[in-house]
Ligand binder design. Structure first.
Ligand code: AMP
Ligand code: GLY
Length: 429
């Protein structure tokens, strides 16, 4: 069996790792991959958004199916092109990926389907946004509607901050066309949860939930990032046997039904970013692919006997998902992200990385690394490595992740040392 894996970040390294765990004889071709993925796969220098070259590669290499990691190729129509050519692919069409690529579209879809989410105004001009900010009051959230590499959301404590954010997006085009439409959204209070759901467009199988850490610094301080760490299990889920089924019944199924009804069914991985409010779970955002860094925590923690790869392949082949399959955790996992100097604003690249040898209980996923002309491993992006510690308890996993993350060396390394703090605090009370 031969699989094409599209992408080259920490999430794709974790996907490659899991594919090989589930099927040790599997051959993986990665486009473009990275130095970590290269230990598990043959990496080819084809860009993740070069749809025509990816299709050519899949044909030439006679791959059995293709797994897409990031959102950008999906937004660029990779799944449409593969489907049209009869090549099995795991990932939604560009029209279905709008659940991530257009927050304005998704908000209106959710309203129509009665899916619980924050109230929001969709604004195409600064004047309109001023009225919305007045109406909702502070704190308030300003969001670029389009894809903005995880930076297009600004949580504003004051109306003035919100006006500045809206002006930057709508008048100064800080996020280009992605910010030509903005959402001014009610601030929701609560804990966040990331729930990944495999779906064939109708049937669903949920993965165990995880919690991300969006802020750069310990104690959830500093600017929002793509994610500085993640962990599972989350006891908020384990202690409430109805939470996941509530999310599936009130949020995921109605959203999938609405997508189906408009002729753009969503097949692939639906990532529900949730806020657990006093009024129940509400949608913060949807993504059309696995989350990063949650994937680096969840995949190593799912029971090795769970048929994750088989489920993805079934979806890729337009097969029906077996809803009775359970994807259970067999251990705890904590992922600490190591980011480069200057991240998230101006990440520096080219710093030499000293990587100690990992033990069995620590997995090191490469996110933004490359080999320079001398073969030396150097930083090549904002998030550089994702260090996952696994163990029989969260404390053990957290300690393994943190101590290995401390031992990795590169200039300007940034990391959080408190991944999982909410969970550990909950357990202490
Ligand atoms: P998003 O990219 O939409 O997930 O937003 C990034 C982060 O901003 C989320 O993970 C939340 O921490 C925060 N956020 C977004 N929308 C809201 C909201 N309506 N209320 C509170 N926090 C939010
Ligand atoms: N961890 C957030 C994301 O993948 O969008």
């Amino acid at each position: 069996m031969r699989v094409l894996l599209v992408g080259g970040g920490g999430r794709e390294h974790a996907l490659a790792w899991r594919l090989r765990q589930d099927n040790p004889s599997l051959e993986i071709i990665a486009a473009p991959g990275n130095p970590g993925i290269a230990e598990l796969a043959r990496c080819v220098p084809v860009g993740a958004t070069d749809v025509a070259a990816l299709l050519e590669l899949a044909r030439q290499e006679r791959v059995d199916w293709t797994l897409v990691g990031p959102e950008a190729p999906l937004a660029a129509g990779v799944a449409d092109a593969f489907r049209a050519a009869g090549q099995p692919i795991f990932g939604p069409t560009a029209a279905a990926a709008m659940l991530e690529t257009s927050k304005a579209f998704t908000k209106s879809l959710m309203l129509g389907a009665g899916v619980p989410t924050a109230r929001a105004w969709t604004c195409a001009s600064y004047e309109e946004s001023l009225r919305a900010i007045d109406a909702l009051g502070a704190p308030v959230v300003v969001k670029a509607s389009g894809l903005a590499a995880g930076k297009g959301v600004i949580v504003c404590q004051t109306a003035e901050e919100a006006r500045d954010a809206a002006r930057a997006m709508l008048d100064a085009h800080a996020f280009g066309a992605a910010g030509d439409t903005v959402l001014i959204e009610e601030f929701m209070e609560g804990e966040e949860l990331s729930l990944f759901v495999l779906t064939d467009g109708e049937r669903v199988v949920a993965l165990p939930a995880a919690q991300d850490h969006k802020r750069l610094r310990d104690g959830d301080q500093g600017p929002n990032t793509g994610g500085m760490g993640a962990y599972c299990p989350v006891s908020l889920v384990g202690d409430d046997p109805t939470l996941v089924s509530t999310v599936l019944d009130r949020i995921v199924r109605p959203t999938l039904a609405a997508m189906h009804a408009r002729g753009t069914p969503f097949a692939g991985l639906l990532y529900a970013g949730l806020m657990l409010t006093v009024d129940g779970p509400k949608v913060v955002e949807f993504n059309c692919r696995f989350g990063d860094p949650e994937t680096e925590a969840v995949l190593p923690a799912i029971d090795p006997s769970a048929p994750l790869t088989d489920l993805m392949e079934a979806v890729a082949r337009d097969g029906a998902l077996d809803e009775s399959v359970q994807l259970e955790l067999s251990r705890a996992a904590v992922t600490t992200v190591l980011a480069s100097a200057g991240y998230p604003e101006h990440p520096r690249t080219g710093d030499r990385i000293d990587l100690p040898r990992a033990s069995e209980d620590v997995l090191v996923f490469h996110a933004g690394t490359k080999r320079d002309v001398n073969g030396t491993l150097v930083t090549a992006g904002g998030r550089v490595l994702a260090v996952t510690g696994v163990g029989s308890s969260l404390d053990i996993a957290a300690e393994r992740s943190r101590s290995f993350a401390e031992a990795v060396a590169f200039d300007g390394k940034q990391l959080r040392r408190d991944i999982g703090w909410r969970e550990l605090a909950r357990r202490a009370t």
